[in-house]
Write a protein that binds this ligand. Structure first.
Ligand SMILES: NC(=O)c1ccc[n+]([C@@H]2O[C@H](COP(=O)([O-])OP(=O)(O)OC[C@H]3O[C@@H](n4cnc5c(N)ncnc54)[C@H](OP(=O)(O)O)[C@@H]3O)[C@@H](O)[C@H]2O)c1
Length: 426
């Protein structure tokens, strides 16, 4: 059996998990998959990482040395970010090496450049760990579900924010308490912006939308809102109304084009995504033939992410072992417009902190009427006698009308603080 030789860049969380899998499962891969995978070179900034992982014998000082090593068939990039990692990916592809990466940042912003390099040099680029960590979602979208026209992909694809929202909903923690707890437990970075501001989820949904709809979507095209304004009060009201609040990444293919956004959403309790709690991720996919499907699992962590990387390595290794060339280029062959969020129609939860006095609701209702927003239900909640919260659920309304109404509401004298708007998703 021809050995398939791996060069590994990055020996951190995922790189370390991969080294462990390659060691522990080497013989299984030979026996069950018919591939003999050998790690022949690796690099990271610190040699100590290689010593700790027991791979010092194949450690080299620079990533260029790994890429230039003529023995290496597959370069595995597990450094992360769009700096040197992107350069190394392109360099490896241009050197005729197959590349496996977990790098969502590069794939969501520079996918075209990466695919062009792969195509021009007749090699594969695999990135199964870039979305959903250990959840197999890219493989099914690219293979098992290709008999469908995918109409929507919707997911909880950031474990940090899902953990925080779960703790805020179940135990009444406020945003900063939930964040500190997540940081203490190692679920959130010291700088949590990528997670709490929604950018991590935006990169991932850009990748999923590109694959599902055969149309390139980049991260900067994703309307992105994070969870920083969500309060325990909103989670409590949601619960009373039969909803839960999740940070959803949503991509839909409609007659108007591609809708793609990340924002907190009220999800009905009976929806499959509503019960996905803690650091878990799930991706809900609807296809015209298959109907509804849902993929669930751990979206991050050494083992889960390395599991996806190993799966990609084995797929490429099988092709090399069997000497079959199954090069699959970029599948983004179509062009659709991105529908601006302003043009979307949804139902809304709007909590309006107002003065508690007669005539206030009439004033607010007049503003909604002016913007053609029809109210489905309204309740008055809590308050101290001086102020209270009006909680309004609308019928379907245009986003731009909702935003217009909020500007008008903010101009009234009865408003106490900025209203909270959360979109309803079914
Ligand atoms: N962690 C997860 O749960 C997870 C899940 C899914 C996908 N991913 C993706 O997997 C990738 C790796 O993430 P990670 O969590 O494993 O990161 P990490 O723990 O920070 O590890 C990064 C590794 O890259 C090395 N490195 C950094 N800059 C380098 C440079 N200029 N030259 C050479 N080596 C360099 C680091 O070396 P030193 O340690 O020696 O400094 C370290 O070994 C990222 O793209 C991430 O988005 C991660």
């Amino acid at each position: 059996m021809r050995p398939v030789k791996i060069g590994l860049l990055g020996l951190g969380t995922v790189g370390g998990g991969l080294v462990k899998i390659l060691k522990e499962h080497h013989d299984d891969f030979v026996k069950h998959q018919g591939v003999d995978i050998q790690l022949v070179a690796c690099s990271s900034r610190k040699r100590q990482s290689a010593i700790d992982l027991g791979v010092e014998d194949v450690f080299v000082e620079t990533c260029e040395e790994v890429i230039d090593n003529p023995e290496v068939d597959i370069v595995v990039e597990l450094i992360g970010g769009t700096g040197v990692a992107k350069d190394f990916i392109i360099m490896a592809l241009e050197a005729g090496k197959h590349v496996v990466t977990a790098n969502k940042a590069v794939m969501a912003s520079f996918g075209k450049e990466v695919f062009d390099a792969a195509e021009n040099h007749g090699v594969s680029i695999m990135f199964g760990a870039a979305v959903g960590g250990g959840i197999p979602i890219i493989g099914p979208l690219k293979h098992s579900l290709t008999g469908n026209r995918i109409t929507s992909v919707m997911g909880i694809i950031n474990g940090t924010t899902n953990y925080m929202l779960t703790r805020m909903g179940e135990d009444g923690l406020d945003y900063s308490e939930a964040l500190h707890e997540a940081q203490r437990k190692g679920f959130a970075e010291a700088n949590p912006s990528a997670d709490v501001d929604g950018f991590d989820a935006a990169a991932k949904i850009a990748i999923l939308a590109s694959i599902a709809f055969h149309c390139r979507v980049t991260m900067d095209q994703v309307h992105t809102e994070g969870i920083t304004k969500v309060t325990p009060m909103d989670l409590q009201f949601a619960d009373e109304m039969g909803y839960t609040v999740k940070l959803l990444a949503i991509a839909r293919h409609s007659d108007e084009g591609i809708e793609v956004c990340v924002h907190p959403a009220m999800v009905p309790m009976e929806h499959p995504l509503a019960s996905v709690n803690g650091v878990y991720n799930a991706i809900y996919v609807v296809g015209d033939a298959v109907g509804e499907t849902m993929f669930f699992g751990q979206g991050a962590g050494s083992g889960p992410a390395a599991s996806a990387v190993a799966g990609d390595i084995i797929e490429v290794a099988k092709q090399l072992t069997d000497d079959v060339k199954v090069f699959r280029g970029c599948t983004c062959t179509d062009d659709y417009p991105i529908v601006p969020i302003d043009d979307l129609t949804m139902q809304y939860y709007i909590r309006i902190p107002v003065l508690d006095r007669p005539g206030v609701f009439a004033e607010i209702a007049n503003i909604f009427a002016k913007w053609q927003i029809s109210i489905k239900s309204v309740v008055q909640r809590g308050g101290d006698g001086r102020t209270t919260d009006l909680v309004v659920i609308t019928h379907e309304a245009l986003e731009k009308d909702i935003q217009g109404s909020i500007v008008d509401i903010m101009d009234t004298e009865v408003i106490v603080s900025e209203p909270q708007v959360i979109r309803l998703v079914d």
